[in-house]
Design a protein around this ligand. Structure first.
Ligand code: AP5
Length: 220
């Protein structure tokens, strides 16, 4: 099964993708995580991407398409994948179609998670993650069960993203509305789109996503 999760920064794509990969047995491919890994490794791509991400803008289409094209051919994608953060422009959506067509594959479902801009700022301001395994938490909405200890791997170090400042979040939201919202219509016209209200408890949203994904989905 091949899925795309769409939605504004901080709507819960990463949180939900991690839960859905357990449920459906397919891997999460987060372009944001890939770029942060490149930045941490100080590769040429990473150095270029870090400055763009910090400014709240999208990295060039060619850079991100190249990363995804290599990634989807790896063995852990054989059963399918959940794209989290890609595509984000019409050019990327078209490149994804071409990439899949060249491999005789289809997209099964695109789900847009809807959250108001005001709630986005609150969610992003409180976000932190486990430094070791990347599990996502929130200061108010999703704290580790034991303070200071990751529920998933037990690590005690946590990090906050450098692009999670109020100023950068506003720019990321602007980029979302101008560059990414048009692809919602692109997928609606293809009949692949389902929309899910992203307000509410994390587990409730997972249930709604399961329904949206299974509705009319082919079973391979
Ligand atoms: P990326 O890492 O993809 O960031 P994003 O899309 O801005 O999304 P986020 O990761 O910020 O949020 P999310 O929707 O995953 O929410 P989360 O689950 O963490 O991209 C970063 C940058 O990389 C981009 O700005 C761009 O520069 C570049 N980039 C990446 N892909 C690109 C592409 N394809 N093309 C060009 N450039 C690209 O949740 C947020 C918080 O809310 C967490 O603390 C969580 O615990 C909490 N939360 C989750 N669900 C709920 C809930 N239901 N109620 C309350 N709190 C909740």
């Amino acid at each position: 099964m091949r899925l795309v999760l769409l939605g504004p920064p901080g709507c819960g794509k990463g949180t939900q993708a991690k839960r859905l990969q357990e449920i459906f047995g397919i891997i999460q491919l987060s372009t944001g995580d890939m770029l942060r890994a490149e930045a941490a490794a100080a590769s040429e791509t990473g150095r270029k991407a870090a400055a763009i991400m910090q400014a709240g803008q999208l990295v060039p289409d060619a850079m991100i398409i190249g990363l995804i094209e290599v990634r989807v051919d790896q063995p852990d994608c054989r059963n399918g994948f959940i794209l989290d953060g890609f595509p984000r422009t019409l050019a990327q959506a078209e490149a994804l179609d071409a990439m899949l067509a060249a491999r005789h594959l289809d997209l099964d479902r695109v789900v847009a998670i809807e959250v108001d801009d005001e709630d986005i700022v609150t969610r992003i301001a409180g976000r932190f993650s486990c430094s070791r395994c990347g599990a996502l938490y929130h200061d108010v909405f999703h704290r580790p069960k034991q303070d200071g200890k990751c529920d998933v791997c037990g690590a005690t170090e946590f990090t906050r993203r450098p692009d999670d400042t109020a100023e950068t979040v506003r720019k990321r939201l602007q980029a979302y509305h101008v560059q990414t919202v048009p692809i919602i219509e692109y997928y609606r016209r293809k009949g692949l789109l389902r929309c899910v209200d992203g307000a509410g408890a994390i587990a409730e949203i997972t249930e709604k996503l399961k329904v949206a994904i299974r509705e009319g989905t082919r079973v391979d």
